[in-house]
Unconditional design. Sequence first.
Length: 409
Amino acid sequence: MLGRGSVFRWQTAAVNFGMFITGRVLGGLSCGIIYAICPTYAAEVSPPKIRGHVGMVYALNISIGYAVTEWLGLGFYFIPGEASWRVLFGLQFIPTILMSIGSFWMPESPRWLALKGRYEEALEVLRRIHSGVDQHDGGEEFYQREYHQIRAQIELDKEEQLGLKDIFRKPSYRKRVLLVIGFFLFQQLTGFIPLQNYQVLIYSFAGLTEVEVLVMIGVWGTWVVITVLCLSPWMDRIGRRKSLFTAYGFIIAGSLITVIAWARFEARGSSVIPLGAGIIVGMFVLAFGYGGVMNTFAPVYASEIMPTCMRAAGVSCGYATFNIIVIVLVQITPLAIERISWRYFLIFHICDLIYGVLFYFFYPETKGKTLEEIQAVFGDNIAETLEEAGEKVVQERKGAAAEHREEAA
């Protein structure tokens, strides 16, 4: 509602620059809230086997949004007057109102309900969204086992008096937050954001005309959508670690191609068209790895490794880091390109190599585990495994059947 109001009152209908900036600030605050809520919610309502796919849908929607906006930018370029930007900003109302209406049919997170002691509601939500998933030979369904595990884990955490205050006090929690912050930090140090935000400068430098630049920006956005569809589904098949290493293979190769082509382009003169094309090819190779995996990995992994009592806070720390680095990069990139040219992107290439090593040693695999079982990966106590929860369901069913027979007798 905050974002929707800001669109019409402060952005589309702005009568001066201050009013417009106010609208942008309100819209930015709304986006910040959504960025933290959506991945957390997606992780908490997803079965382990398809959690990566659900995260992919989130990343895909964001990528489609960017692509549509970039193509609209091309179209509105040819519209004269204030309508070229007022209508563009006004179109934000459409997805906002759709999301607002759709939220009325979204069930509450079962883990949040359990955290608040509303266990019956949590069980009902799990039955609605996970009924029929992975039924065992004993007759117990996944949602029943999952409910037992969620409730047992939350009760254990309450017994140990764990809460938000422990996010930096407890070593295993602190490690997880640092892993989240570290990933979001190095995600932005891949160089993707400077390339995306300053494509105009790079394409112009490579010799493209004004309209060709706008077309290439739209192609870039469409390419990122395609990459999400190509690579993100593999996260649930080959795991998080292998997926990220695959992404970094493309990112490192792409950044190297970009740096080499750019350096040779400068040295030999702007008339060498193949070298200008080489810069663009390198950018798109890098985008294949970043868009294909990183856009999905970030929200999925951050939500997976944080415990229920502070999942939203951990994800928020990650996205706060994300946006701080974006702000810094957006401010320094034009000056850096002017002063050190291709060497600026060589810095990102080195950062990619460094993070590849850090990821190998410090980031564990989470594929196929429930959110509660992932806690054990970091050395925390877990109340019960999914199999143990299933045994309890069977025992409860047998006990209920025995009581029923006694009453009938």
